[in-house]
Design a protein around this ligand. Structure first.
Ligand SMILES: [Zn+2]
Length: 401
């Protein structure tokens, strides 16, 4: 179901609460909902990708307001590249471009609509002012290359978490998914540089993120960090055996350290995708001159329409993951770890999105799903950002010591 207005979303949440008979009436817009992983295009906050204008992307300010999504970690993501001086310099420049884009949105273009939060208290203050909130996370420690001083530079620009690796090993940690031609493990977990980087992040109050790293690297990171560690966008391995998902042992270790696992609404992490479906999607993309669905928003309208039509046909054969699949992963994590160690992420702009939560405007559907499953108002506030802000505050407290 798709809703056209914020009021419709709120009404749906209220109706769902009534049906569940739990008496929960928590509504988006009131609570501080945080999506911990929103990717941005390279030309973000330019006329070509203006977050203040309603466009084809899954997240813009209108959609956040409409869906009652109060806050998002906007992501400085840089793809893994060569581990050479030239590669590091390119990665650093690409990271700085994305920092500048996010800061352009908050500082120059829309300071009246969205504010940059550097602390948990900032987030609560900006929310009380009635504005949206931007936080900044880095995806892929490759952006520091081997230069640890860049961690502090990125912190000064606003980064409050850093995912140590992405797809492909880097100088800090092994990835859960080696790049083609790479061995399964390069360091056997963390490198020495990775351990030093974690200590530096702890001293600054930047959260360490284990999403995308190998199981060994995740367990070593949790043990090495003196502050709570997060998984900014990862789902449950026991429910679906995907290399990006976390197994029970890693989940328990994360929670024991006070950390938070942000369950991600990513189709291919929540259900098995067959080879036939993969081939059908690839054929569609190729026929439209694309390699990835991420390229769709940048294409001409006619291409976007042809893509949408093709996807509709594919979905008739192979339905996408939906809100109930997401709810199953959240329930499992809450049963294993308790309500204080679980949160929610979309990975919008980076391949995320499921039936029922496919853009920020549909965020109320997630709240309604949680209400239907019997979560109380207090539980939902924790899942939707309370836990993540607690971890951020604890990381800052560790840094202050
Ligand atoms: Zn990711």
């Amino acid at each position: 179901m798709r809703f056209r207005t914020g009021m419709a979303v709120i009404l749906a949440a209220v109706c769902a609460a009534g049906q569940a008979g739990e008496g929960a009436t928590v509504m988006n817009g009131k609570i501080l909902t945080i999506d911990s992983h929103i990717d941005i295009p390279p030309d973000f906050a330019t006329p070509a990708a203006d977050p203040g204008r309603r466009g084809a992307t899954q997240v813009d300010l209108d959609k956040m307001e409409e869906g009652g999504l109060a806050a998002g970690f906007f992501i400085v993501y840089v793809r893994q590249g060569p581990r050479t001086g030239a590669g590091y310099a390119r990665a650093r420049d690409a990271a700085l471009t994305k920092f500048a884009a996010i800061r352009r949105m908050t500082d120059e273009l829309y300071p009246d609509r969205i504010g940059l939060a550097l602390t948990a208290a900032d987030a609560r203050r900006i929310h009380a002012e009635g504005k949206l909130i931007a936080l900044i996370g880095i995806e892929n420690g490759y952006v520091i290359g081997r230069d640890l001083s860049l961690i502090e530079r990125y912190y000064q620009l606003g980064a409050r978490y850093m995912t140590l690796a992405h797809d492909g090993h880097n100088d800090l940690a092994d990835s859960a998914r080696a790049a083609p031609g790479e061995p399964a493990a390069l360091h056997g977990g963390l490198s020495e540089l990775g351990r030093t980087a974690i200590a530096k992040m702890n001293r600054l109050g930047m959260l360490v993120d284990i999403s995308h790293v190998s199981r060994d690297a995740a367990l070593e990171t949790i043990a090495a960090s003196s502050a709570p560690v997060i998984a900014s966008h990862s789902s449950v391995r026991t429910l679906y055996d995907h290399p990006r998902n976390l197994d029970d042992e890693t989940m328990r270790a994360l929670a024991a350290k006070g950390g938070v696992m942000q369950i991600v609404a990513y189709d291919s992490h929540l259900r098995k995708i067959s080879e036939e479906e993969t081939a059908a999607l690839k054929a569609l993309l190729t026929s439209l001159g694309m390699n990835s669905p991420a390229e769709v928003p940048g294409k001409a309208l006619v291409i976007q329409e042809r893509y949408a039509k093709g996807i509709q046909t594919i979905r008739e054969h192979w339905p996408r993951a939906n809100l109930e699949n997401l709810g199953d992963h959240i329930d499992y994590a809450v049963r294993l770890l308790g309500i204080d160690h679980v949160g929610i992420a979309s990975d919008f702009g980076g391949g995320g999105g499921i039936d029922g939560w496919d853009n920020a405007a549909e965020t109320g559907n997630v709240t309604a799903m949680l209400t239907r499953r019997g979560y109380s108002d207090a539980d939902i506030e924790k899942l939707w950002g309370g836990n993540l802000l607690r971890a951020l505050a604890e990381a800052a407290a560790v840094a202050g010591k």
